[in-house]
Design a protein around this ligand. Sequence first.
Ligand SMILES: NC(=O)c1ccc[n+]([C@@H]2O[C@H](COP(=O)([O-])OP(=O)(O)OC[C@H]3O[C@@H](n4cnc5c(N)ncnc54)[C@H](OP(=O)(O)O)[C@@H]3O)[C@@H](O)[C@H]2O)c1
Length: 299
Amino acid sequence: MLWRLWASPNGINRYKHGQESWALVTGASDGIGKACVPFLPASSVAKALAQKGFHVLLHGRNPTKLTAVRSELAAECPNAQFEIVVADATKSALAREVAEACKGRTVTILVNNAGYTSTLIQPLETQDYDAVQRGIDIGCSWTTQLTRALLPQLRADAPAAVVNVGSYVARHPPPFLAVYAGTKGYMLAFSRALRTELALLSPSPISVQYHEIHSVATKANGSPVSLAAPHPDVMARAIIVAIGRDKEYVTPYWVHELTSWVLRVLPERVVARMAGGILQGQRTDIKRGEGEEAGGVGE
Ligand SMILES: NC(=O)c1ccc[n+]([C@@H]2O[C@H](COP(=O)([O-])OP(=O)(O)OC[C@H]3O[C@@H](n4cnc5c(N)ncnc54)[C@H](OP(=O)(O)O)[C@@H]3O)[C@@H](O)[C@H]2O)c1
């Protein structure tokens, strides 16, 4: 928490080299990658990066949606350039094509944001095999292969940063979200190992960060905006500040960090029981009465 006292929104400028530094944001067509609540000022990690003077490669799977996001961002940030890269993140073989699309630009930031967004809250044994595979593909394979493919360029353009958008479920894996929690746990171990590895190998620094995110009021989450579940705009700004701070493991949003502290002092079985109680009531495999809201991702 104290790191906030020294954190500057301009810390991210260490990854800006000249006028032509690019950031690649995966899953930039919605949610945290791109804010989705139309009646609030639109912002996103992509827009926040553009406001800091970066050009942004917007990755997603839906060209129509991405084109609309690009037009919107271009109108709001006329000094920045935006390009779109279309690839289905459940097909990790396409990761190399995305890295290829980055060639010829100075790419200094990779934000691995695309995540498992249609999470089913239900026992593993009732889940569709293909849905389980898609969760692992996007949460583990895609991010790993894209990072692998982009590393030579990030090294050439260093100082550079790899930012992995994670979740508190990596530390407190809840029941009924085993696959999602497993992918975020994988990302945490991957981030830590890679950070150490790059520090040992690379003559120029490439920072690797894991961002612990809790509930954010995206469409995928379904929660209304609250102090505990901020608008993606607020989350995006917190992420940008945290990128500049270059910590290995960071909880960018202050309320999430407070919650994280509480979760860490409680016995793990108490946390698991609490999460189990909440998620039991949100199970997507149990039909509930009309008018009841279905549970979203939000973890
Ligand atoms: N929201 C939360 O409460 C929360 C909490 C903890 C962690 N997180 C993490 O934060 C990240 C973003 O979550 P979010 O809530 O912003 O999600 P979101 O609103 O569903 O947005 C996800 C983005 O990823 C894209 N995407 C999904 N599947 C894809 C695929 N197969 N190929 C290419 N792009 C794909 C989506 O594209 P489309 O527009 O085409 O759907 C969208 O741009 C995820 O890693 C998530 O695990 C979120």
